[in-house]
Design a protein around this ligand. Sequence first.
Ligand code: CTP
Ligand code: CA
Length: 224
Amino acid sequence: EECCATNVLLQGVRVLITAGPTREAIDPVRFLTNRSSGKMGYAVAQAAAKMGAEVILVSGHVALDCPPGVQRVITESAADMLKATCEYARQSHLFIATAAVADYTPVAVADRKIKKNADTLHLEMKRTVDILATIKQEYPNLFTVGFAAETHDLMAYARSKLERKGIDMIAANSVADGKAFDQPTNALEVVWQDGHYSLPEMDKHQLAEALMKLVAAQYNQRNT
Ligand code: CTP
Ligand code: CA
């Protein structure tokens, strides 16, 4: 196939993206969350829109404006994010999971504010549903890209997540030593079944554009 201008690589493609952190309620005034700023996911959404895609961004609470030309849905907990994502998955062609989804959520939400009494407080937690794995299971033909945040053994964990979740591509980033989370730059190891590509540290907007070119190439190869 001949090459074409970047701004039409995803023309007419409906792209669904999750981004940002989740909030798991403990009581009416408290929640558990993580350090995700949503920057990478929002940059991915913006890059996809610039490439001609119709983008739906299912986002946790972040301090970022919705990128131009992107439709945003704000969600709270992992369960809320799963529900919103499921609603849009059927009509999507490409799914990219960048969200930092809580792996555990409190077993019960206290209906009143928890008062301080004892010196220690125990919170019982249960596993959340894996949005990425669930969507891929429900829609095996949906071209699906995951992210992996790792402090060690990046490539090995990336490959095993790719296989375990049955997804098409994975972008792994190191989160050791305060890297990636809430930073303006990042680096990615992009891995798929029969290839991989290293994107060196750069601004998240540049990085997202480079990533989306790799994704579009694999997606278009699958769908032409
Ligand atoms: N993910 C998801 N739903 C979850 C947990 C993770 O959709 N409940 C997605 C993330 O958005 C990311 C990918 O799964 O695209 C990998 O997330 P990560 O936290 O790196 O891996 P986990 O599978 O949760 O495993 P672990 O945290 O133990 O490394
Ligand atoms: Ca996790």
